[in-house]
Design a protein around this ligand. Sequence first.
Ligand code: NAP
Ligand code: MG
Length: 501
Amino acid sequence: MGIAVSPQIHPQVAEFIDKPRKMLINGRWVNAASGKIFPTYNPATGEVLAQVAEGDREDIDQAVKAARNAFDSGPWRRMTASERGRLIWKLADLLEQHTEEFGYIESLDNGKPLNIAKAADVPLAVDLFRYMAGWATKIEGNTIPLSVPYTPGAKYLAYTLREPVGVVGQIIPWNFPLLMAAWKLGPALATGCTVVLKPAEQTPLSALRLGELIMEAGFPEGVVNVVPGYGETAGAALAAHPDVDKVAFTGSTEVGKLIVHAAAGNLKKVSLELGGKSPNVVFKDADLETAIPGSASAIFFNHGQCCCAGSRLYVEKSVYDQVVEGVAEAARKIKIGSGLDPETHMGPLVSEEQMNRVCGYLESGFSEGAKALVGGHKGGDRGYFVEPTVLVNTKENMKVVQEEIFGPVVVAMPFTDPEEIVPRANNSDYGLAAAVWTRDIGKAHRMAEQLRAGTVWINCYNIFDAALPFGGYKQSGWGREMGHDVLNLYTQTKAVCTRIA
Ligand code: NAP
Ligand code: MG
């Protein structure tokens, strides 16, 4: 396994990580009030990558004050929608110009391959900002005809306004650090909200670099504040803050529930994008030449660290061996290594904690009788690698089948009767995504209707677009991100009623 860090780290990135990074509050880069810093690690080596200011309650409080001022009395609220849209577009342009640099930051901080970060994470974030820039000028209310039975003969002009919800706290995870920042910031800025963003402790760097581009683009001070720190301190303070109007969270279902409790104090609005255990269903009439690699990439993309990973593979019995062996063969061909190595297909998991969590699931699966057709172990002698793994001999009630593993581990199970597969696929507390592989379009769309999931992919997997809403049924979350749906999460409706006769 080639896990040596390339000597040719992008020069701007080398400079960026060379000194402790400060936090962005009210347009200025400041140290934590406590003066504390914390390390972020390179998961390919386990070595410290950079030091970052450690935000806590007091810093969150300062950032919320700045966001409140920017919302209530700053130039941001006086800007036209067109001006807001142009700023977001400018940010997209700047980000695009720095694709290489952000690719390096994501690869070093998260572990994902540089080439994938440059081909997927950064362009998706750029596209999301452009899509949202376009929405800034298209957020409209309605005119509404009134009948008011108790004022006969009176006439009214009634309309609705869509207004920004206000100061938004955004708490994001480590699996797509830049992209999750974009999913959160794009709609907040398009609708005219102001933001305090807390990136994940494991991957704070790209959000901090994005903060620099936000200031370079010309956003007024206080509109976006970035406070890195730990979830239990900075994150909890943000979720509970009485002057925050809304909190948007992506991460584990467990922490999602804590966010809901914390938000109850001032009944702030809450949107949640949580975990999943998504079923990927392959029928015998599928085009197996696309279904097999598609099913492999459904679980192994981003090392399985995707909330929508296709982690339960259900295959119709007559093609089960062929499909499962095909996915295992794809796993065998995956080259594991440092994200900076151009030969690498799969990097390390994000942290030692995550590697241990995934290995704990593997042991649990083996102790309950599951077998690894491929993989099943930690990889390498340093860094946080786990082998891509296909588990067979699995039963519905096993922990590895029920719980989100969030690593490169798929559980495979056969089914015989197409009628049985819908209840089995839906047998989960989660409902984020699902996929169906078949040539029968009637069956595909009947399945799409019956699967209880926020996204159903047919003959594809992991297709994301800024225009396509994404979010969960059941315990996978509240609300939809992206598409025009997301505007509802960042606006509220005001009804205005005028008597005109
Ligand atoms: P997590 O704890 O839910 O972290 C997500 C975000 O929430 C991070 O910014 C985290 O900060 C913050 N946070 C943690 N505790 C908080 C609290 N009490 N109040 C407010 N914010 C808080 O996720 P994790 O521990 O990194 O990963 C655990 C599992 O979560 C994974 O194995 C996976 O199953 C799931 N997960 C899901 C997604 C997704 O996209 N849906 C993403 C990541 C993880 P810190 O990072 O500083 O703790
Ligand atoms: Mg955590």
